[in-house]
Design a protein around this ligand. Structure first.
Ligand code: GLN
Length: 484
């Protein structure tokens, strides 16, 4: 079964010529055709392009070229601009937008020989935690089709869980890689802010947005991140620092690793969820790690802080969608104002409008100091809390989400309840820290995630800790019934 193999195993089959990229691509395209109609994980399928890219990858291998991703199929979140292919960002506003260029993430993976199968469904402009705000309809969770896959990268997560590609890409502004990874039982990594270029990744909240990976395992995620990470002069917040060899350190021993248990994350945590985290801690102790409790007193303020900062930035970023330059335009506008208001009114969905209104409000004269400036100060306090914690421990550990996947429709009319899904993930975004979610067990037969958070640029350490955990457990190997 080709879709159950790791990227490393697929690479070996390709390089030994037991398998061609065209065959592998056809295998995944057939799975997509069979399984995606029930999941709605993809917005756009690019089968012909994929087969052409696969043939090109086979030719590159035939001429002696090697590379861990050469000829391996992936699905990109539809937030990444892809040259010549519709890039909708889950919105009616960009339903007709065919990007004239590639995002840096796309360029880098293309150069590595990746084969794009299509573009994944997502919450509109990455705003949401359930993939229900998408203009293209909700994505279903392969573990239970009545449940959400999480969001905003819900299509990427569901596609990974259903093994519709060898790996998928996502973005994480407040939890959009880790939360859906947890809810669909896959491995997800959100790197340090600035580690992966944001160029060509449609902006939601620029000081928080970061691209990352969904994979079957930490070892696979390491290979993909290696190709994505690195300085890009086209992104002014990209960090010019060397990218370590993530694969080389995967097996490093964990003896002496200090893991901090985030006290704030365990307060009020449901007993069954807490039990899974404690089981994981036992495994870490058996691998030689030490665990200590640490407190981040300002962390409980991360959700309100985020819901000032992120809407403020989004209201500014989304002002470019004016019905003039590109994207949706209303029909027969009476005058310029009518063109702006109706294009935006008809092009954006309810959640995006809610964020734009909140953001405009918190930035307005008279409220700026009380909300936006205050939120920035609290953001600094949260960052300082993390800094103090990392003076004592190497990594922090806790749950990724408060609950397993919830029913489609259960929270969509209650924004505050929806926002609380990211209560454990947002802190890492506010502080710009790398973090991962790993499958760690089940509650009510639905997968749950273990979250690891590290200091800036500690991706190698996170991947190492995640890989060692996955060598001792098989949660990440479980597949939903019907998708094995
Ligand atoms: N769920 C959060 C939000 O709606 C985070 C989204 C994200 O990380 N893109 O803002």
């Amino acid at each position: 079964m080709l879709h159950t193999l790791s990227i490393g195993e697929l690479g070996e089959s390709l390089s030994s010529r037991r398998l061609s990229s065209v065959e592998l691509t056809r295998h995944f395209l057939a799975r997509i055709e069979r399984l995606n109609p029930a999941l709605n994980a993809l917005i756009t399928l690019t089968g012909d392009r994929a087969l052409a890219a696969a043939a090109a990858a086979d030719a590159r291998r035939a001429s002696g070229e090697k590379g861990p991703l050469l000829g391996i199929p992936l699905i990109h979140k539809d937030i990444f601009c892809t040259d010549g292919v519709r890039t909708s960002c889950g919105s009616r506003m960009l339903d007709n937008f065919v990007s004239p260029y590639d995002a840096t993430v796309v360029t880098r993976l293309k150069a590595a020989g990746a084969v794009m199968l299509g573009k994944a469904n997502m919450d509109e402009f990455a705003m949401g935690s359930s993939n229900e705000t998408s203009y293209y309809g909700p994505v279903k969770n392969p573990w239970d089709l009545t449940k959400v896959p999480g969001g905003s990268s819900g299509g990427s997560a569901a596609a990974m869980a259903a093994r519709l590609a060898a790996y998928t890409t996502g973005t994480d502004t407040g939890g959009s890689i880790r939360q859906p990874a947890a809810l669909t039982g896959v491995t997800g990594i959100k790197p340090t802010y600035g580690r992966v270029s944001r160029y060509g990744m449609i902006a939601f909240a620029s000081s928080l947005d970061q691209a990352g990976v969904f994979a079957r395992s930490a070892a696979d995620a390491a290979v993909v991140l290696q190709a994505m990470a690195g300085f890009d002069p086209k992104d002014s917040t990209s960090i010019d620092a060397p990218v370590p060899d993530y694969h080389a350190s995967l097996n490093a021993p964990l003896a002496g690793l200090k893991i901090g248990l985030l006290r704030e994350f365990f307060e009020g945590l449901e007993a069954r969820n807490a039990a899974l985290i404690h089981d994981a801690l036992k495994i870490y102790r058996s691998l030689g790690a030490e665990t200590v409790e640490v407190s981040l007193p300002h962390l409980p303020m991360s959700v309100p802080t985020y819901y000032v900062v992120a809407p403020a930035e989004c209201s500014s970023n989304l002002s470019r969608f004016d019905g003039v330059r590109f994207g949706y335009r209303c029909s027969e506008p009476k005058d310029l104002l009518d063109l702006y208001t109706r294009s935006r009114g008809e092009g954006f969905g309810a959640e995006v409008k809610r964020r734009i209104m909140t953001g405009t409000y918190v930035l307005s004269a008279g409220y700026f100091d009380a909300y936006y400036l205050k939120a920035q100060k609290v953001r600094r306090l949260i960052t300082d809390d993390f800094r103090a914690a990392f003076a004592q421990v190497d990594l922090l550990i806790g749950p990724t989400t408060p609950t397993p996947a919830f029913a489609i429709g259960a929270k969509i009319d209650d924004p505050v309840t929806m926002y609380l899904n990211d209560i454990y993930t947002i802190g890492a975004n506010l502080a710009g820290l790398p973090a991962m979610s790993l499958p760690c067990g089940f509650v009510d037969e639905l997968p749950m995630g273990l979250q690891l958070i590290g200091p800036h640029f500690s991706e190698a350490k996170l991947l190492n800790a995640a890989h060692r955990f996955q060598e001792s457990t098989d949660w990440h190997r479980r597949s939903p019934r019907g998708y094995e």
